[in-house]
Ligand binder design. Structure first.
Ligand code: MP5
Length: 212
């Protein structure tokens, strides 16, 4: 069994919780309360800004040039996402300059600490979890969405062919890097992957309840 399948199997409970989350259902149906959606926008804006640092730490530890180049493109994708959030907030007339919730702060601190203090592979598994989590989550919302869904730009962003390719590349690269590693190296990667999946669930809970 590939490492990615193993990780995915271990996190099946978190994945089920994530994909059946009422936030995503209501985004898909277009019935989510605007305040809850806007709350998520402001918090995810903070997440993506901090993700630049996480990616920077990964880039610094990149084991080869091919990986470095793909990560370099990912910075551009983050910049486009930040502009998407800024455009939406400007249209809706709310400020993105808010304090991070405890969940948001803890999640980004966890990712950055992982990238700085653990192996590249371990931090890369957290990246895969976060990106795969968003790809699957937004596809779950998409499966319920009509063409006139008000959140279409967000749905399209994380369900695009380009994003799918990026997520698949992370998965294949992770499998390549971990092929033949001893079980002891895999166990801490499993822990990090599971913790990231937990944080993904908590992030949806936080947005839905508009609480820390
Ligand atoms: C992502 C995100 C996806 N924007 N927010 C959370 C809470 N998890 C994952 O990352 P990216 O870099 O926006 O594709």
């Amino acid at each position: 069994m590939s490492i990615s399948s193993l990780l995915f199997e271990k996190a099946s409970q978190q994945w089920d919780k994530m994909l059946s989350h009422p936030f995503l259902k209501e985004v898909g149906k277009g019935t989510i309360k605007r305040e809850a959606f806007d709350f998520w926008v402001a918090q995810d804006y903070i997440f993506v800004r901090e993700a630049l640092r996480f990616l920077g730490a990964l880039e610094l530890k990149s084991p080869d040039y091919d990986i470095s180049l793909v990560l370099a493109d990912a910075f551009g994708a983050l910049k486009n996402e930040l502009q998407m959030f800024e455009g939406y907030a400007a249209e809706r007339g709310f400020s993105l300059h808010v304090e991070p919730t405890t969940t948001c702060r803890s999640y980004v601190d966890f990712l950055i600490a992982t990238a700085l203090t653990r192996s590249f592979e371990e931090a890369f598994s957290a990246l895969w979890c976060a990106e795969k989590g968003y790809f699957d989550s937004w596809n779950a919302a998409k499966s319920m969405a009509t063409v006139d869904n008000p959140y279409r730009r967000f749905i399209d962003n994380w369900t695009s062919d380009g994003f799918n390719e990026y997520v698949t590349w992370i998965e294949n690269t992770l499998n390549r890097l971990l092929n033949g590693k001893p079980a002891s190296a895999i166990s801490s990667i499993e822990e990090t992957f599971l913790m990231t999946a937990e944080y993904e669930c908590l992030f949806w809970d936080m947005a839905y309840t508009k609480r820390s």
